[in-house]
Design a protein around this ligand. Structure first.
Ligand SMILES: [Zn+2]
Length: 344
């Protein structure tokens, strides 16, 4: 009898221990979530969450999992796949969809492959023809600056073995759809739109990088309204623009666009440029190419000091080099990632 009592007691505590160390799922809508801390503890993983860029990294020696808040795409050891829902940040705590566990710890073999190698880069010098973009008080037109930097960038990238196509190589107007078509036709791996910035506040300066935001807008109307409000590059809203405002499709391009914008940010920073952390943006040109896309604002034409630099050929070349190095760095990162996983 005593023995049976002891056994029951052990069973009771075992059950309690299992419960308390198990996952604390939360009901969030119809989905089942797990607190990221519990998930990591259970599987002996570490995690890092950067609230600035909404990127969640969960890792160990063997596992490299990357998620983005509000995106249901996950990277795992070189492969991408979709989850039932996206990670959520609630009351200062991060939760991941429960099916992440099944995907990552699935008994099915995972085929490691290089998921992303950059071969072809489409560079899109903003504006052109009857659309000058921003104009500095000394008369420098953004369309000309964009084209010069784009051409230097082409040289820099070609010297590093990339295939490069410009959406325009002279002073002509090209519709947004036309720019997108160039990327599609050439099966671009990445799309870089090059612009110059301008603001009423003449003090603003520095480079900026933008990637598309699938979660900031919940309707085309709102996106259109914000595009009008932001209007960074004297972009006129026309039927063309409206037609290709993003439809909030989440694709792996979003994650790659975020990574590319970060790679650009660090490259600019390493080269000593004044640069702000990447932002989400309502720029219509970003969504469209169906490839990872970023928009680089190389500097403010409205800032006297920066404009002086932007006019200089040597400075334009340095900007081109910074962008090229960012592309190289991103490519290297993915290649290393892929080859590391091949060895597993
Ligand atoms: Zn512009």
């Amino acid at each position: 009898m005593k023995r049976l009592y002891l056994l029951l007691l052990i069973l009771f505590f075992t059950a309690c221990a299992t419960t308390s160390s198990g996952h604390r799922g939360i009901g969030y809508g119809s989905q089942d979530y797990v607190y990221v801390g519990d998930f990591c503890k259970k599987h002996n993983l570490q995690y890092d969450f950067d609230t600035l860029d909404d990127v969640v990294k969960i890792f160990s020696k063997e596992k490299d999992i990357r998620l983005i808040l509000n995106s249901n795409i996950v990277y795992f050891n070189g492969s991408t796949f979709g989850l039932t829902d996206s990670p959520k940040y609630i009351n200062g705590k991060l939760f991941v969809p429960r099916d992440l566990e099944a995907k990552v710890f699935s008994k099915e073999p995972v085929f490691y492959k290089s998921i992303f190698t950059i071969h072809t880069v489409v560079i899109d010098p903003g504006h052109g023809g009857n659309d000058p973009g921003a104009i500095s008080c000394r008369g420098m037109k953004e369309k000309d600056l964009n084209l010069k930097i784009a051409k230097y960038l082409k040289e820099e990238l070609e010297a590093r073995g990339f295939k490069v196509i410009l959406t325009r190589d002279r002073d002509v107007f090209i519709s947004l759809q036309g720019r997108v078509n160039v990327a599609k036709r050439n099966k671009a791996d990445i799309f870089i739109s090059v612009h110059g910035n301008s603001n009423k506040s003449k003090r603003l300066r520095g480079a900026e990088m933008y990637y598309l935001s699938p979660n900031r807008f919940n309707s085309q109307e709102r996106a259109l309204k914000l595009t009008k409000e932001d209007n960074f590059c004297s972009g006129r809203i026309n039927a063309d623009t409206e037609a290709i405002l993003w439809d909030l499709l989440l694709t792996k391009n979003y994650s790659l666009s975020v990574e590319l914008s970060h790679s650009l940010y660090f490259s600019f920073r390493n080269m000593g440029f004044s640069v702000r952390p990447p932002k989400r943006a309502p720029f219509y040109v970003l969504r469209l190419a169906y490839v990872p896309s970023v928009l680089v604002e190389t500097g403010y034409l409205s800032n006297k000091y920066e404009e002086k630099w932007l006019r200089k050929e040597s400075y334009q070349k340095q900007i081109a080099e910074a962008i090229a190095l960012a592309v190289v760095s991103m490519n290297k990162q993915y290649n290393n990632f892929a080859s590391r996983n091949k060895q597993l």
